[in-house]
Design a protein around this ligand. Structure first.
Ligand code: RP5
Length: 156
C-alpha cells in the first residue's frame, strides 16, 4: 500500500521532505501533491475521494496558518489522516497546530508536532505495519538502531 503526502503549498515541501525521506528509508511507496483546501478545493476532493481505490493506506496532510487541509481530507475519506502543522510565517506554528489538532468529535485527524514530518511518516509506516509484518519488523529494527545510537552517546 502507498502513502499519500499532500501539502497546502509548495512552500511546505522543505519540511515535508522529512516524510519522504522516512518513507524512502522504509521502502514505502508514496505520492506527493500540492493541493489546497481553499485554493483548489475541487481537485483536493477528487484526489482524496479516489485515494483508497488508488492504493493508499493513509494520508499525510500538511498545512500552515488556518490549517484546515487535514480536516477536509478526513471529511472525504475513512483512511487514516495524519496532520502535520507547518510553522508558517506568523505565530510560530501555534495557529496551524490548534487548527489541526482541535478537530470536533466524529472526524479524527492524528496530529503530530509542529513541523513533525518525520513522525508523521513513522506513524504512517506503523499503520501499514498492522497488516504488513515485514514493515512492522523494519520498524522494530529502526527502533533498535535508534536506541543503540542513544546508548552510544558520548559527552565531552
Ligand atoms: C497554507 O498556507 C500552506 O499549507 C502554507 O503552509 C501556508 C502558506 O502558503 P503560501 O502562501 O506559502 O503558498 O495554505
Amino acid at each position: 500500500m502507498k502513502i499519500g503526502i499532500v501539502m497546502g503549498s509548495a512552500s511546505d515541501w522543505p519540511v515535508m521532505k522529512g516524510s519522504a525521506e522516512i518513507l524512502d528509508e522504509f521502502g514505502v511507496e508514496y505520492d506527493k501533491k500540492v493541493l489546497s483546501a481553499h485554493r483548489t478545493p475541487h481537485e483536493l476532493e477528487a484526489w482524496v475521494k479516489s485515494a483508497r481505490d488508488n492504493g493508499f493506506g493513509a494520508i499525510i496532510a500538511a498545512a500552515g496558518g488556518a490549517a484546515h487541509l487535514a480536516g477536509v481530507c478526513a471529511a472525504f475519506t475513512t483512511l487514516p489522516v495524519i496532520g502535520v502543522p507547518i510553522k508558517a510565517k506568523t505565530l510560530d506554528g501555534l495557529d496551524s497546530l490548534l487548527s489541526m489538532v482541535q478537530m470536533p468529535s466524529g472526524i479524527p485527524v492524528a496530529t503530530v508536532s509542529i513541523d513533525g514530518a518525520k513522525n508523521a511518516a513513522l506513524l504512517a509506516v506503523e499503520i501499514l505495519g498492522v497488516t504488513d509484518p515485514k514493515l512492522a519488523s523494519k520498524m522494530t529494527d529502526f527502533r533498535t538502531r535508534q536506541a543503540e545510537k542513544v546508548l552510544a552517546s558520548t559527552l565531552d
